[in-house]
Design a protein around this ligand. Sequence first.
Ligand code: PHE
Length: 497
Amino acid sequence: MADLPEQILLLVKDKNGIGTDEVARTCGCQHQNIVGAVKSLQALGNLINAEQRTSKHWEVTKEGLEVVTIGSHEARIYSLVPESGGILQAELMKAIPNAKVGFSKAMSAGWLEVDKKVEGGPKVLRKVDTIEDNVKQQLEQVQRGDIDGLTDKQRNDLKKRKLIHEVTVNTFFITQGTEFSTKVTKLETDLTPEMLVSGSWKEKKFKSYNFDALGVMPPSGHLHPLLKVRAEYRQIFLEMGFSEMPTNNFIESSFWNFDALFQPQQHPARDSHDTFFISDPANAHEFPMEYLERVKKVHSEGGYGSQGYKYDWTIEEAKKNILRTHTTAVSARMLYKLAQEPEFRPVKYFSIDRVFRNETLDATHLAEFHQIEGVVADYNLTLADLIGVIHAFFKKLGMEKLRFKPAYNPYTEPSMEIFGYHEGLKKWVEIGNSGVFRPEMLLPMGLPEDVVVIAWGLSLERPTMIKYGINNIRDLIGPKVNLQMIYDNPMCRLDKQ
Ligand code: PHE
């Protein structure tokens, strides 16, 4: 047998249009199921037209159904009265639940009579030999859909006795649509590589997206290991009196990411091989112009005791929008802002957020990762202060053995790579980069000459991978991550002191 949608299509064709209520009667199905099938046919395009209608009809109530099966109350009462001799009225009244109604109806129909002069109480006797259960017959007639065959009185009586009631149903009248067919072609839900290769997708019909479908509600959320470790680092900074910098801009101008940091415009890091450039909007337009002029000057001519890089600095290069390559761009903005305050005040800032580099991807490098950065600005700080604060920071992480190696950053002098002895791995691992920001960066901002700013940075991914024993960064972030790993990993407890 054809399934429901096809049965409906056949009926629509045969009858040249049909109501869903009639379909339900014809197939002996629930109206609700027919409406469901009509909706699924509508989703297939223009197979059918469905016009909503409301229709009213009479139905037998639950009590009425009981009458249809076991007879009306009056007929049952009549049958409980023996053919000869009768029955005590008191006894008859206890025989069935609706005895009272049945008795009075049977009496007014003239089926029974009462003999009051009997010993032991009134007795009920049959008055006629046979009866016809009209109520039951009328209800059967309603069930057949022929309520019009009843007189108004009969209908009103049944209604008053709550044996029938009128119900309103929303139905659809279905006619053939412009793409009518009695065959249902199943719509494709997936575009497969095979369809693309063979070109068969051109002939296929695809199911349209249901944007209203609700997703499966996850039973609970889980924090990614990176978030757990970030919370720990944030806590350490806060304990040390640092305040968090606003890092909510992934897109940065080359000016703040590079120029403000005294990174020359020809520096290889500013190449598209290392940096993602934004095509739209390609340029940033708002800069503090006086400061920009000082940055231009220190790059091209020098100043503040520096001879600069001696090249033609262009604003076009500085305007270029990029995905920030380090959070030091945010530190530069914050230090410039600090320098604009009427009076200098020492600050301790930190940030933990995402940065982007156009790198070759491998087991430990992705094109985006997170940096943790600490910045301290105060009068007359020295390299010893930098080493001291780094020691204090890593001690809180449980790393006490540190080594520093001279390094180079365009914006710090001196610069140091930080190595830590990893007690678990039993070896020295590179854990960060650091330095003292150059006067060529700080003085154009307007910071006082005796203010020194020290800073250090590290990635969030590296300690997270070590902590959670993950060897390949692709197992930590990206499409290959096993969600079970995220569900199962415990909270992060660094061996803090
Ligand atoms: N910005 C540096 C990097 O991207 C880290 C750093 C921060 C170095 C602060 C020195 C001072 O690796």
